[in-house]
Design a protein around this ligand. Sequence first.
Ligand code: FAD
Length: 486
Amino acid sequence: MTSKDGYSWTKAQGLRAGVPSIGVIEPPSNVKSADTVYDVIVVGAGYCGLTAARDASLAGLKVLLLEARDRIGGRSWSSNIEGYPYEMGGTWVFWGQANVWREIARYGMQDELEISYDFSRGINKYLLSSPQGTQTFTHEEEDALMQSSLAKLVNVDGCLGKTVVPFPHSGVLTPEARKYDHMSVADRLAEIKNDLTPNERLCAESFVLLCSGGTLETTSFYEFLHWWALSGYSYEGCIDYLVKYKFRGGQSSFAINFFKEALASGNLTYAFNSPVATIQHGGNGVQITTRAGQTYKSTKMICAIPLNVLNDVAFDPPLAPGRKAAATTGHVNQCVKVHAEISDRDLRSFTGISYPHNGLIYGFGDGETPAGNTHVVAFGGQHNHFHPEENLEHTKAAFQGFAPMNIERLVFHNWSKDEFAKGAWFFPAPGLLSTHLKDMRARESNIVFACSDWALGWRSFIDGAIEEGTRAAITVRADFAGRAKL
Ligand code: FAD
């Protein structure tokens, strides 16, 4: 099936909107009666909504899952082009992420992971490109440079940040954590400007921007420290957790299991292509109306809509002021993630940074396509932001910013222009978490708000989405506790 989401380009076919994915659901709806009053309506079929819908339906609740798109997965989904999965959004997972690994084990997918890197080909180098030219390093030298630059960045306490974020899965921001949350990475870099070598500075800045998709000024220093803590306070940990292990069959091969299990319970009704326009809620339950005018009713609701688009839905009564303010501020991540299939086989082994001048900042060989070509993935963000589909020559030039390459195909999803995301993974500007983390997590009457964007642990990751979906289902089940069938 082909989703309306995503783009691909080849010389022969030009630019095409929509790419094939096993995450597209057919038929798009199994709603039988418009009059049913559901126990719970889950809005959003990303990993959070899928987890919540599955757990609630397995617990015996009558669940309706409403999703704006034609597919599951939200910000994590894979296209399947000529038998090869390109990850359009969320990609890498790691066994240190407890929620994600619990689900991988549940679906027996422990042996379906592969490593993105393959350091066995010709150009087995780290390419550090700046306006001054390109320097080459071994991957061991790359690791040493990255570790030394990031260690200087995070070492606010002589303990590599361990005393600032001692419990990375806690929702409590200590006074010290709040201090660093009000600080941007640009502020922190100003503090250590005399300690960094020019190469360390390039590495630190580009790595932070890879994580935040914002600018140095809009990136909360605390949230970077939080990622660092989650990753075991080391650069090696960052690689293991953030960019190394992915599903051989793509993210949609994982997500589809959640949906199938929920469906098999016999308690799941669903409707895709159903953007929600208004949500009325109060003592009597919840009434939800889609843009097409279809109305659905339930006792409870789980709202799994991302922060940056929450204000696009009309709530009656309106959202609580703190949540509304958080959604108005939004998160800053405008990551540009683009895949290129290239005929240069030796580039399978490269990793590279091209900064601060280039459109794409960080790239590396990510796989080999069935045609034997190299698959390169590259990331940009708010820094030098661009929309790949609007200027393909610029996009291709941004790949050449790492090394000369012969581009056969481009594949991407424009998350900035996606009306149901308006950005990539959550990354906060200074102050957002200190001011609004609690507000984002609070429930309002019969609505539980759940999303990776305000998870406590791996916030902004697939693991955080599953953490939140689990919490939401437990909360709603508790509301129904005492009902005979639960
Ligand atoms: P979403 O996936 O955004 O789900 C929300 C759902 O709500 C969507 O399906 C959306 O269509 C739907 N929706 C929105 N508005 C409405 C409406 N009005 N009516 C009905 N439905 C609506 N995480 C990792 O762990 N590893 C990675 O490598 C990684 N890389 C990433 C790379 C990119 C480019 C992106 C974008 C994300 C990445 N992430 C990664 C983050 C991860 O993808 C997300 O944190 C996670 O998928 C979010 O899940 P969610 O269910 O909370 O939200």
